[in-house]
Design a protein around this ligand. Structure first.
Ligand code: 4AD
Ligand code: MG
Length: 432
């Protein structure tokens, strides 16, 4: 008989079905055993009685270890009290592989212990909900761009140069002949794609050798980066708010159950599910921060605490634009009306989650861009291909990058980005 997934049990009420999965939990009243089975799509309570199973199997069912893998046959019945609303009356079961002394028990464990066992921790209900929402967010991001005619233009991971600055590059010995670096962002390559296809996005892992141990920093994270020819900063901000609001709306629509498991307050998400979002300039941000007792020197980037304070003034994500050029990357185009600020934007998530998007309009003039590369202390030679884009039919263009783990943390309401990715890499951890 074909096995069914627990999420499809509702189509099989009254029928005999086979489930395949793992023992999540077990309790017994003596007369009946309750086996809670998980198969990745849901949980199902299976009720075992001596009459249905026979003496031997009934006794064996009482000794199954947590996470033993099982194939279970029984009758699906509606039961409002059972998790998922459906219960299985057990007819027979087969142990695929027994497990004993599973290290993660239903009691509370410390995070360090659980991170060491991340390969098993991902089976737990909370982690399961987070990673399903992550998967939904990634699918929503791809669909958003695909449906709008963007071409997926994958960027390389091994690169000859830095993109976001040299201080946080992972360096690699490339065949003993030269150095290579793990990419910090696919943006520069996406710009080449935008001039070839008009609108593109890249979506892949990116790396930062940042010595920061905050709850917002990973050394390896996933970024989705659209890049569009003939786009200015305003177009870019509009795309960013439509993008983020559509992702939040999709999670609210399709991942309610998971949000419930996480006890996520839905009210702030419901607000964020509709564009437009508020926009303020960096200067206005500084004034608002000053009123809250934060003295930021004009020219400095905003830190985590400042981002949190600022975003608490809004009930939706806020876009802060036109930062001082001096605190941003070399490729940022300056505002022609005010050359000390860059045509850039950071989107700050509400509820203290900080920056989820960084982006803006790119410098499109050959001479200016070349000068900026030099001013930033970068070698010109490796950027010749990038400068070519300004030599041959340069146009105004803009794009942004959204860090997936930051978005997942915010939407799930997590304390730390380390739970937003299956296997987090941080300064102090690259295992398992
Ligand atoms: O602001 P960033 O550095 O921007 C760029 O890399 C641009 N090249 C993107 C572009 O315009 N195409 O990073 C973009 C986003 C941040 O807003 C944040 O969400 C995430 O990437 N991010 C990190 N996430 C986790 N850990 C880190 N260390 C991160 N650094 C950036
Ligand atoms: Mg940034």
């Amino acid at each position: 008989m074909d096995a069914v997934y627990i999420e499809d049990l509702k189509h099989h009420l009254g029928e005999q079905v086979t489930l395949r999965g793992w023992l999540y939990n077990r309790r017994s009243s003596g007369k009946v055993h309750f086996l809670l089975i998980r198969d990745g799509t849901g949980l199902c309570q299976c009720v075992a009685s001596k009459a249905d199973l026979g003496d031997e199997s009934f006794a064996a069912a009482d000794h199954l270890g947590q996470e033993s893998s099982l194939e279970i046959t029984g009758i699906a019945r509606e039961d409002k009290r059972a998790p998922g609303g459906i219960e299985l009356t057990l007819k027979s079961f087969r142990i695929v592989a027994p497990a004993s002394d599973y290290p993660i028990t239903p009691k509370e464990h410390g995070v360090a212990f659980l991170l060491d066992l991340r390969h098993l921790w991902v089976r737990s209900a909370r982690q399961h909900a987070v990673l399903r929402i992550r998967s939904e967010i990634e699918a929503a991001a791809r669909d958003f761009f695909h449906d709008r005619g963007f071409v997926l233009f994958d960027a390389p991971i091994l690169t000859p140069t830095s993109c976001e600055g040299t201080t946080n590059l992972f360096e690699i010995d490339y065949f003993g002949e030269r150095k290579a670096y793990l990419t910090q962002s696919g943006q520069l390559y996406a710009e080449a794609g935008a001039f070839a296809f008009g609108k593109v996005y890249c979506f892949g892992p990116t790396f930062r050798a940042e010595k920061s141990k905050t709850r917002r920093h990973l050394t390896e994270f996933w970024m989705v980066e659209p890049e569009v020819a003939f786009f200015n900063l305003d177009d870019d901000m509009k795309l960013a708010e439509e993008f983020v609001s559509s992702i939040v709306a999709r999670v609210l629509e399709r991942r309610r159950e998971e949000l419930k498991v996480l006890e996520r307050d839905l009210a702030p998400l419901e607000k964020a599910a509709a564009a437009p979002y508020p926009r303020i300039t960096y200067d206005e941000a500084l004034a608002r921060l000053k009123a809250r007792g934060f003295e930021v020197r004009w020219g400095d980037d905003l830190g985590g605490d400042e981002e949190t304070a600022l975003s608490s003034e809004f009930d939706r994500p806020v876009m802060v634009h036109r930062y001082p050029a001096e605190c941003k990357a070399f490729y940022m185009k300056r505002d022609p009306a005010r050359s000390e600020v860059a045509l850039c934007v950071d989107m700050l998530a509400p509820e203290g989650y900080g920056e989820i998007i960084g982006g803006g309009q790119r410098e499109d003039d050959y001479e200016t861009l070349k000068r900026r590369i030099v001013e930033h202390g970068l070698p010109v030679e490796p950027f010749n291909w990038y400068l070519d884009l300004r030599r041959y039919g340069s146009v105004p263009h803009a794009g942004f990058g959204m860090g997936i783990e930051r978005a997942v943390s915010w939407i799930c309401g997590l304390h730390h980005v380390r739970e937003a990715i299956p296997f987090p890499r941080m300064m102090e951890r690259i295992e398992p």
